[in-house]
Design a protein around this ligand. Structure first.
Ligand SMILES: [Zn+2]
Length: 146
């Protein structure tokens, strides 16, 4: 069964002043992450302070959108009935060296394995929110209408 992105109607994130640049990146087709100007550490999730030195001098960078599967699980019983199952929440180890929580689509559950190479795809859910999903490298986003 081909894993697909969720359809519009699921509960969506609400950007904050801190996380808004991340969501603006998704709308622009980019995974954006914070780097520290003082110690070069990467901070993810979005934060007002560096996760390593706790300093406030962070800048936003754009990821290549490529990574590999660090861990995943298959959800068959959703927390709310808004979500279609199965879906596969996953921690993606991004090429730049930070973990990102997302979901894997564009393949069968049985194809997924730890260390599989994946790349980001983007699904517009509302005027404000575009969600990042990951597909096996080289695959396309599955057609939502099918
Ligand atoms: Zn720092």
């Amino acid at each position: 069964m081909m894993l697909k992105p969720q359809r519009p109607g699921i509960p969506l994130p609400v950007p904050t002043i801190v996380s808004a640049p991340f969501w603006e990146g998704c709308s622009a087709g980019e995974i954006r992450y914070q780097c520290c100007n003082d110690c070069d550490a990467i901070t993810m999730n979005p934060s007002p302070a560096c996760s390593a030195c706790f300093g406030p001098n962070l800048r936003w960078e754009a990821s290549s959108g490529k990574g590999s599967v660090y861990s995943y699980t298959v959800v068959w019983r959703p927390q709310t009935p808004d979500f279609e199952v199965p879906y596969v929440p996953a921690i993606i180890e991004m090429e730049e060296g930070f973990p990102l929580m997302s979901s894997i689509v564009g393949c069968d559950v049985e194809e997924i394995e730890v260390a599989m190479l994946v790349e980001a795809v983007f699904v517009k859910m509302s005027d404000e929110i575009t969600l990042a999903y990951f597909v096996p490298e080289g695959r396309d986003l599955p057609d939502l209408a099918v």
